[in-house]
Design a protein around this ligand. Structure first.
Ligand code: FAD
Ligand code: A2P
Length: 282
């Protein structure tokens, strides 16, 4: 699939395959993880600067020529030459019913205006940083985990990711495993770097080594016992939440129960929240 994006100069069309809009980017790789999840990489506009954890609007032209744009967390870190995204496939979704068919060489629309609350600057300094995600809510943390600045600011990073089924964890699992063996990070932070990135993947509707909702594993103390960490406390722990609205609301309540307060870009505190998607009548 190659997009025929509207051109601004109707006279000169030397090469119709070449991006003619500043917002067109070329797909460089696509990988399907399950029948509901895929990731893809696109060229990065030279002018695009973003903070790891932020999101942008991406999309495709609709049948009427008007772009169908949706918010997407950038899953790649800010030092990467390309941009990576991790996406759901909603069967009747206006964008993802089409986006799931993109191939290398196709073009997508990318509005280069990154925003978001899941950024390191929105947190006060601390010792441990907890990334708490369900489903594609992992995406902003895929960016932050790959950013050395995260490990410059925090001694330990704990990635908790929960999905219904085990195969939905694969993208995150491979990413963490590759990172722990990353030669650059090991050179920067020493051999003990691998021990500073802790991973706690759980499922809720299919058997896997670790089970249960993030909220339950925190309130029961299971995750702290399993990882050998003290219970979350406002002096040492910071957190970022990204999932459905119901998940975000429940995790926020758990963190507030531990004494943490929600922060923002303008007012850094102990945790920040962002929705992984809008929907389900919420
Ligand atoms: P839509 O009409 O947008 O959604 C249809 C329904 O599908 C929704 O009502 C909801 O019930 C469900 N749904 C939508 N997105 C998801 C999802 N990610 N996981 C589970 N159910 C979903 N989506 C991504 O896949 N990856 C991202 O990195 C990502 N980042 C986002 C960041 C922000 C700040 C927000 C607000 C949303 C983000 N989304 C992300 C969701 C994305 O914007 C779209 O909703 C999604 O791509 C589906 O688009 P659609 O047009 O096919 O269906
Ligand atoms: P569960 O299977 O117990 O509902 P979904 O696909 O519905 O968005 O859910 C993705 C994952 O997030 C599932 O493992 C689900 O667990 C979990 N989850 C959904 N809602 C919440 C919530 N309010 N608090 C904690 N975990 C949740």
């Amino acid at each position: 699939m190659t997009l025929d994006l509207a051109v601004t100069d109707t006279q000169a069309q030397p090469n119709r395959d070449k991006p003619t809009l500043p917002d067109a980017q070329t797909v460089t790789a696509v990988k399907h993880w399950t029948d509901r999840l895929f990731s893809f990489r696109v060229t990065r506009p030279a002018s695009l600067r973003f903070r790891s954890g932020e999101f942008v609007m991406i999309g495709l032209p609709g049948d009427n020529g008007k772009p169908i744009l949706r918010a997407y967390s950038i899953a790649s870190p800010n030092w990467d030459d390309e941009l990576e995204f991790y996406s759901i496939k909603v069967p009747d979704g206006p964008l993802t019913s089409k986006l799931q068919h993109i191939k290398e060489g196709d073009q997508i629309i990318l509005r280069p205006k990154p925003v978001g609350t899941l950024v390191l600057d929105a947190l006060l300094p601390g010792k441990r940083l907890w990334f708490l995600a369900t489903g594609t809510g992992l995406a902003p943390f895929a960016s932050l985990m790959r950013d050395p600045e995260t490990f410059e600011r925090f001694d330990q990073v704990i990635m908790m990711h929960t999905c219904r089924g085990a195969d939905e964890l694969t993208y995150g699992r491979e990413l963490v495993e590759n990172l722990r063996n990353d030669p650059l990070l090991t050179e920067m932070f020493g051999a003990e770097f691998a021990d500073r990135l802790l991973y706690y993947p759980t499922t809720t509707r299919e058997d896997s080594p670790l089970m249960g909702r993030i909220t339950d594993n925190m309130t029961s103390g299971k995750v702290f016992a399993d990882l050998g960490l003290p219970p979350i406390n406002p002096e040492e722990d910071r957190a970022m939440i990204c999932g459905s609205l119901a998940f975000n609301v429940d995790v926020k309540a758990v963190l507030e129960g531990f004494g943490l307060r929600e922060g923002a870009n303008s007012e850094p505190r102990e945790f920040v929240v962002e929705k992984a998607f809008v929907g389900d009548g919420i």
